[in-house]
Design a protein. Structure first.
Length: 307
């Protein structure tokens, strides 16, 4: 356990009013989480990011993949993917504490281009997320991000350079070959990511596999193979998850009713939407929206407190 980092994060949480839940920061894409108890599985869209556990443990499931990580381990997500996260170790005495830093692909690419010896890519397409140890250089970067929060005027000047340094340590580390796949033009992953981006922005539309394969500039069979290897889902399953998660967001944060949410995300039948929603989340849409509103108000509705 990195005591200086955990102490700095805990001090920030207490300065923001204490308690548990999601604690946003003034640094865009940098958030903190604390929980005093294990949490039920939560389905969400995980963006390309670095998720570091400082205390406790968490697990992630996307498709058929299950990943578990604990104190001073990190989850690296290279593609925005629907996934289920769950805090599995937390208590009042030893809470779960974690930090999340979003990736900007352009920044990763800039750092990669400046490396004298770029990491060696593997030829195969693997899952879009993996677990790694948090070494001291990476922990130092995150600590500096936390300490920077005390000086808001310095954030726009210094935070980008710290994020670049995080990218450097990840690219130069043992998993650099996986990270650089995200940024290397015309790699199989980068091609599939183009199709993933199209799915994210047009999930309510009817998209055929041949359209997505054309965007990726692959044959349909090759595209399907690499898409499944990367996301552990078929394109159709991926799109369905995006639709259902957006429908949940509309019901929770925009007060949309079940039929409104269904039609806005591309369903022609509200009854089919309700069946697929219940199958995915284990509860009917209306009841789930009420449960999620309560959780959102309790855990995720904070705004940053200024000094």
């Amino acid at each position: 356990m990195n005591t200086p980092l955990l102490s700095a994060v805990t001090a920030y949480i207490e300065d923001q009013g204490g308690g548990q839940g999601l604690f946003p920061t003034a640094i865009e894409g940098f958030n903190i989480v604390r929980s005093f108890q294990s949490m039920m599985p939560m389905r969400n869209i995980y963006r390309p990011s670095l998720c570091v556990v400082l205390e406790g443990a968490k697990e992630l499931q996307f498709g058929d993949e299950h990943l578990n990580y604990r104190s001073m381990e990190c989850l690296v997500v290279s593609v925005g993917v629907p996934a289920t996260g769950r805090i599995v170790e937390a208590s009042a005495a030893t809470p779960y504490v974690g930090v999340m830093v979003d990736f900007d692909v352009a920044t990763v690419r800039e750092v990669l281009e400046q490396l004298d010896i770029p990491p060696v890519q593997s030829d195969t397409t693997g899952p879009c997320a993996f677990i790694a140890k948090v070494d001291q250089p990476l922990a130092d970067c995150i600590l500096r991000l936390v300490r920077l929060l005390a000086t808001p005027k310095a954030i726009p000047i210094l935070a980008p350079s710290i994020v670049r340094e995080i990218c450097y340590w990840l690219l130069s580390g043992p998993h650099g070959g996986e990270i650089c796949k995200l940024a290397c033009p015309e790699s199989n992953i980068e091609r599939v990511v183009r199709a993933v981006s199209l799915l994210h922005t047009n999930f309510a539309d009817t998209l055929r596999v041949d359209q997505l394969a054309d965007v990726a500039r692959m044959s349909q069979s090759s595209f399907h193979q690499h898409f499944k290897a990367l996301t552990s889902m078929t394109p159709l399953q991926f799109q369905k998850q995006l639709r259902l998660l957006e429908a949940r967001r509309l019901m929770v944060t925009k007060a949309a009713n079940v039929a409104e949410a269904a039609y806005k995300v591309g369903y022609e039948s509200a009854s089919q939407f309700s069946r697929e929603y219940s199958r995915t989340f284990g509860v009917a849409p209306k009841q789930d929206a009420l449960n999620q509103q309560r959780l959102h108000n309790e855990y995720a509705s904070r705004t940053v407190r200024s000094a």
